[in-house]
Design a protein. Sequence first.
Length: 177
Amino acid sequence: MKEEIAVFGGGCFWCVEAVVQRLKGVEKVESGYSGGTVPGKPTYREVCSGLTGHAEVVRVTFNAEELSFEDLLTIFMTSHDPTQLNRQGADYGTQYRSVIFYQNEAQKATAEKVIEKLKDVYEDPIVTELTAAPEFHLAEADHQNYYNENTEAGFCQAVISPKISKLRKMYADRLKS
């Protein structure tokens, strides 16, 4: 197995986590925070204030022999709206920005390729931030595996379930059985 790490965010980390957890080749998904300017380990409350500069992100450990970084990013980029600056749906603020924190120059080049490939899919310009990976801070335990443990919650039903339905329609062949 060729294990790789990807870190990205596209709105609420619960949404992104729920989508990528379902992909073949994904070994582990951890929700967390990255890209902030305030030192120390941030809390959910601090990040939600928008004052720390951190984005809600997921750290994905995946088998690159089964799921390429390019395919993972393509699915990520089409499972949220990468044209919305600092927001996704009703969530707004820099903590909900669309961002790819690349681990190395190869990931950066692949991300640039994916963004270029998808730019004509959207009416508006893609505003996804592309930045070298800063420190990743693991979110609190109650934010891990959120959708799977809270599927019936109102937010999950209204916001995440439609994303899972879209994923099933667009990428059925890429999903775990």
